[in-house]
Design a protein around this ligand. Structure first.
Ligand SMILES: [Zn+2]
Length: 295
């Protein structure tokens, strides 16, 4: 089995406006389809950067060159004025992505808020965040949003249960090794969970001597034929300064015989055989704070 399920996270205004069209071009060139998870509300990611202004985060900024990755305006976005509403400004980008044959998923209404606070919100507040974003996205796509992905892999049992109120067929909310049905409070939820199995660019860079020069070698070295690989790229990174590198990556994995598919296709293939499982919150290499990891 040589499979890579491709997930594209879109977190910001700039990532949507510039990164998504560029990624769509690259994917078209290779004849590849993926799953785009959009954030459609205000872009307050600048607030996110200020909040994390502490030594370990500064180190990460230096390590990954965040201004180069996200652009200089990210540092101000959402700090002095309300962030722009991404979906309203770039609805045509989202529609074009869908019309190019990619799968459209729900990432967030307000990515910054969701990443920082979603897990500690009341269930009504969680539902409000999801409903706002999802209704916008559903309106835009004609209602075919079957999947969601929690920002920053911040997920807990309550959030999984709230998601059950929505017509998601599968979600990608955690890190791990293989798709599973989460068991929460003794009850098996029937929204399949598709964990991300590979590191992201910003997690891998600067660790274990990984640089831009050997990044693709490192990523390819982590692929397995034992089970499906699930890769997350970011519109802000692989649709920006890492675009050429990602283009080369696609060439190389295709030459190695890997098939690249959207998460929905992986879900369709494994939904009848996936086991039950659980996730826990813990620290994760290259990330700030805790995130959901398959047990
Ligand atoms: Zn994200």
């Amino acid at each position: 089995m040589k499979t890579i399920a491709l997930r594209i996270d879109v977190d910001t205004y700039r990532g949507t406006g510039r990164g998504v069209p560029r990624l769509c071009e690259i994917l078209k060139k290779h004849g590849v389809k993926g799953t785009f998870y959009f954030s459609v509300g205000p872009d307050n990611m600048g607030r996110h950067l200020w909040r994390l202004l502490k030594p370990s985060f500064l180190w990460k900024m230096l390590r990954t060159n965040a201004a180069g990755l996200y652009g200089p305006e990210i540092v101000l976005m959402g700090t002095a004025w309300p962030g722009p509403k991404i979906g309203k400004r770039f609805h045509s980008v989202i529609r074009d992505t869908m019309e190019a044959g990619h799968e459209i998923g729900f990432h967030a209404w307000d990515h910054h808020k969701a990443q920082a606070k979603l897990m500690s919100m009341s269930e009504a507040e969680m539902a409000d965040e999801i409903s706002r974003g999802l209704s916008f996205l559903a309106g835009l796509t004609g209602g075919i949003v079957r999947t969601s992905a929690a920002p920053g892999w911040r997920t807990n049992a309550r959030l999984l249960e709230v998601k059950m109120r929505y017509p998601f067929e599968y979600n990608s909310d955690c890190r791990g090794t293989h798709p599973f049905y989460p068991v929460v409070n003794g009850k098996r939820l029937d929204q399949l969970q598709i964990p991300v199995t590979l590191p992201t660019y910003d997690e891998a860079l600067g660790r274990d001597s990984v640089t831009d020069a050997n990044y693709n070698d490192h990523q390819i070295g982590l692929l397995t034929e034992e089970r499906p690989n699930v890769l997350t790229i970011h519109a802000e990174a692989e649709g920006g300064k890492c675009a050429e590198m990602f283009d080369v990556y696609l060439d190389r994995v295709k030459q190695l015989g890997y098939e690249i598919i959207p998460l929905g296709e992986l879900a369709r293939r494994v939904k009848d055989s996936a086991p039950d499982g659980a996730m826990e919150l813990r620290e994760f290499p290259g990330r700030e704070g805790v995130l959901a990891v398959q047990k």
